[in-house]
Write a protein that binds this ligand. Sequence first.
Ligand code: NAG
Ligand code: NAG
Length: 172
Amino acid sequence: MSTTTNLLLLLILSSSIQYSSADAGFIATTCNQTPHPAICVSILESEQQSFTAVNARALAWIAYNITATHTSGTLAVLNNLLALHDGEPIAAPMEVCVQLYGRAAEDLTVAGENMTVEAYVEAAKRVDDARGAAGLCEEAFGMEFPSPVTAENRVVNDDCSVTFDLLGMLSR
Ligand SMILES: *[C@@H]1O[C@H](CO)[C@@H](O)[C@H](O)[C@H]1NC(C)=O
Ligand SMILES: *[C@@H]1O[C@H](CO)[C@@H](O)[C@H](O)[C@H]1NC(C)=O
């Protein structure tokens, strides 16, 4: 390879490195303006799309998508568990959780509709309601039964919290 080609390669390489670190930088800069920066970065970086997001609104949509996916996933897990434990005492708190998560999924659908018209305050309120479902579901199991969805509840709680924070930032 000629020196010119090498130089060209080096230039391309260094500019692409700068590009990707600038993108991770944008996620960090955005998350640093929210109350829970570390979890915000960790959730957003779990989605490859975040690295090409050009504004905070795009990041809020990605957080929202992650939240909606995990919420409907948890609802599916709960429905499967309920089918497995039909008629057993532990089915009672599972049913409570299915109802809570069903409502959370609806809240998130409305939140998404509100986000499309940039009604961020209203959207944030719905996302906060959805977050409540995770805590109430965990509590529904109480001391009597070990919760089979502790990890899922924690994930949805954190997803909602980060989405809520980003929507709060957009509504300022
Ligand atoms: C969110 O999800 C929808 C449908 O699942 C998809 O069309 C859209 O591109 C996603 N947007 C972002 C920002 O991830
Ligand atoms: C939020 O979305 C719901 C459902 O589409 C709608 O009824 C409500 O008016 C919206 N609120 C705002 C402030 O846009």
